[in-house]
Design a protein around this ligand. Structure first.
Ligand SMILES: NC(=O)c1ccc[n+]([C@@H]2O[C@H](COP(=O)([O-])OP(=O)(O)OC[C@H]3O[C@@H](n4cnc5c(N)ncnc54)[C@H](O)[C@@H]3O)[C@@H](O)[C@H]2O)c1
Ligand SMILES: [Zn+2]
Length: 378
């Protein structure tokens, strides 16, 4: 059976993809640096995700910025699923070099090796992100389909959070973001994800290796880090609720995201690796449904049976987007992908899992203080 290299294979998505591939009979190599922000100081104890996979895969603790580590990891590999990345959108706005080095630099190094050395790789699958669409796709009654620019600080200060038509300045209506939507990321993370996808498709084509990329929406589910305060709104809220701390809902609470359950992401990713017709394509993966953040907060409190104060504060973070949900027609048509979990079913599973976990230390206030100090939090 073919060997698959999963970079970031100790992480949330990667570890779940690894377990599914093993169940399907593949051999799996994982290259992961066991980043402390994700796995804690002593991964053997602090990282259940790592523990889930470490004995089932050929585990290489290493860095995507190291040529030597890549060379070791690529031995005998037919497919590369490149997921290793720095993943905090807000954090990327001040840790700029780290985000560019790991996300773009790591991908560049992989492609450099595939181009200049002998290897057995047939296809590279890479994670982009919905972040590359920035504010996403909208419709203006006068101007048709439009792609609003980043929202203005002066509007948000007045509590006006909605996107405006970039052509006439008028009101716009949210529509599903298709893959051919304008690409205009509003964070360093988004820029790096865009470039990762572009590099993989361009270079792989030129050397006769197949390529597939995914723009995942907001992924959630059992196993996601409950201690990383930089990413994953469901985790951040859950950890606050379990500590009895109130929730500060940004903006007016009506901002939305397309929350997609981990099992659906795993299925889509493996289809992207296996389906021959996927070659050369970019796929959105989400549920195609938008859920607002206030509803998320209220649902979590209900499910945990813990009522903490929920304050819709009007605070906001530069780089955050207002709304988004994916058009997943292409993944349906080419991959045969169909999400099996809607938000209410998925959040139920997630909360059941959180209920069985030790309550994590709530580091959220410190992460907000960090953003405030950099002028990125208002
Ligand atoms: N989770 C989401 O909602 C989401 C949405 C869109 C895109 N993505 C993308 O999917 C991929 C996986 O995301 P995830 O949620 O599983 O994140 P994660 O943080 O759980 O996993 C990332 C893994 O990469 C590893 N890593 C970080 N830097 C590394 C380096 N320099 N060398 C080797 N390994 C390194 C980390 O230790 C971690 O195990 C990422 O590329 C992310 O950008 C995720
Ligand atoms: Zn207009």
């Amino acid at each position: 059976m073919d060997r698959v290299l999963i970079t970031g294979g100790a992480g949330f998505i990667g570890s779940n993809v690894a377990l599914k591939l093993i169940a399907k009979g593949y051999e799996v190599t994982v290259l992961d640096s066991l980043s402390e922000q994700i796995h804690g100081v002593n991964p053997e104890e602090t990282s259940p995700l790592y523990r889930n996979v470490k004995d089932k895969v050929n585990f290489i603790k290493g860095d995507v910025n190291s040529r030597e580590d890549w060379m070791k990891a690529l031995e005998g590999v037919s497919y590369v699923i490149h997921l290793a990345a720095e993943t905090g959108t807000g954090q990327s706005m001040y840790e700029i070099k780290k985000y560019v080095d790991t996300n773009i630099g790591g991908t560049a190094l992989l492609l450099d090796i595939l181009t200049n050395t002998k290897h057995s790789v047939k296809r590279v699958v890479v994670a982009e992100s919905r972040a590359i669409y920035g504010e996403g796709k909208y419709r203006c009654l006068k101007c048709g389909d439009v792609y609003p620019l980043e929202r203005k600080d002066e509007d948000m200060q007045k509590g006006d959070f909605e996107c405006k038509c970039p052509k006439c300045g008028g009101p716009v209506e949210l529509v599903a973001t298709t893959e051919d939507s304008a690409i205009h990321p509003s964070s360093v993370y988004g820029i790096a994800k865009q470039v990762q996808g572009q590099l993989v498709h361009l270079v792989c084509k030129s050397i006769g290796v197949e390529s597939v990329s995914f723009r995942y929406q907001n992924v959630y589910g059992p196993g996601q880090s409950l201690s990383n305060p930089y990413t994953g709104i469901l985790s951040i809220f859950s950890t606050r609720i379990k500590n009895g701390n109130g929730l500060n809902i940004f903006e007016d609470g009506k901002e939305t995201r397309d929350f997609v359950y981990i099992d659906d992401i795993v299925d889509a990713t493996i289809l992207g690796m296996e389906v021959p017709e996927a070659n050369g394509h970019v796929f959105n993966i989400g549920t195609g449904v938008a859920t607002d953040v206030l509803t998320v907060a209220q649902t979590l409190c209900e499910k945990y049976g813990i009522q903490v104060p929920i304050v819709v504060s009007g605070n906001y973070r530069l780089g955050d987007i207002r709304h988004n949900y994916a058009d997943i027609t292409l993944a349906r048509n080419i991959l045969g992908f169909e999400p099996k979990w809607d938000f209410s079913a998925g959040i139920g599973e997630f909360c059941k899992w959180v209920d069985g976990q030790a309550v994590q230390k709530d580091n959220y206030d410190a992460s907000i203080a960090e953003m405030k100090a950099k002028g990125l939090y208002k």
